[in-house]
Design a binder for this molecule. Sequence first.
Ligand SMILES: Cc1ncc(COP(=O)(O)O)c(C=O)c1O
Length: 415
Amino acid sequence: MKNVFEQYESNVRSYCRKWPTVFSKAKGSMIVDENGESYIDFFDGAGALNYGHNNDFIKERLIKYIESDGIVHSLDMYASAKKEFLSYFEKEFLIPRGYDYKVMFSGPTGTNAVEMALKLARKNKKRNNVFALMGAFHGMTLGTLALTTEKAAREGAGVTLENVTHIAPPYYMNHSFDTLGYLKEILEDDHSGIDKPAAIILETVQAEGGIYPFSVDFLKGLRNLCDQYDILMIVDDIQVGCGRTGHFFSFERAGIVPDMVVLSKSIGGYGLPLAMVLIKPELDIFHPGEHNGTFRGFQLSMVTAKAGLEFFQENKMDQEVKRKEKIIYNYLNKEIKPLLKKDMEIRGIGMIWGIDFKSGKLSRAVLDECFKNHLIIELAGRDDAVLKIMPALTIDDELLLKGLEIIKNQIKKVL
Ligand SMILES: Cc1ncc(COP(=O)(O)O)c(C=O)c1O
């Protein structure tokens, strides 16, 4: 007999097909199903749970706030929780880094925030076109889907996806493509046929695209190119921001300052929805209400977002990620690499890593075996051929190693 999900929920559901059980509880990096079976979580809510499931520090703040009848819904009215979040974010995260950004809240999902950034970029520069990189994922609504490159996702649009030019990233042509040289040439060439863009948007580590961290030289070069040609640089830090790479903002490692930064997922702290764009003050040209949304400024997310930031500071999460990066790097290179075929690759940074099997059949087989052995893990990239290792930043070392060992054993089995 079909379960209630198969019977009533749309065919569009996806993650549940990879892990076909009903989850009911979770704590830290463990997730438990209705049968009481526990699984190690290397999926991390697609990057929305950097501080783990039901983090006690954050939960306490949330419960206190709810019990005090703090305001929950307020659109963009002034509200205490938002005041506290903004003040803390400014004081502890923006000012110490020398960043002069204004904060613009969008509807509470990542794609909402990217849409808003695109609108603002086009309005500022009075140009339609935007450059995105091949392999990019920026969301599933029409404006962001035009940036997103996955064929199957784009086919769902039902209309022509326009006003975006996709550029090959440096990993094209077997990691030899000169993206910056190419960009320069098409921007200079009056016969390139490509309209100058308002902005270039990118993830500093392509996540859904298959875990491709871009080099510091590339990121710096792109920043210079944007300055040289009067193009806005938008960093989509929705998935790899909030500490994932070993810095709170993923672009810090390159010492660059984007014109806009898009944040969502783990900025909400607790898995509650929140999305925003950081913008340089001179770009702040929307009229009041020109971009709007009923669930901008969901105050419970402001409470958990601030608590998440405090947790980050108090626990020095950036250093913690750098420490755990070494554990993952060593394990992957010593224990797993020798099991792989020559053309397979291991890529990553901080606490986001991929094992590229160059075959969706193999990666899916490994994923299935991992699930049978109580590890929740996701795939990414072309043909879903990359096993994506993305645990919570708070995972303890023992559990991290246990999860990695499960992966190693399943690779042995499958290969
Ligand atoms: C880099 C990036 N941008 C945008 C999005 C879209 O966010 P949402 O699913 O909340 O719309 C995602 C989601 O995975 C993402 O990883």
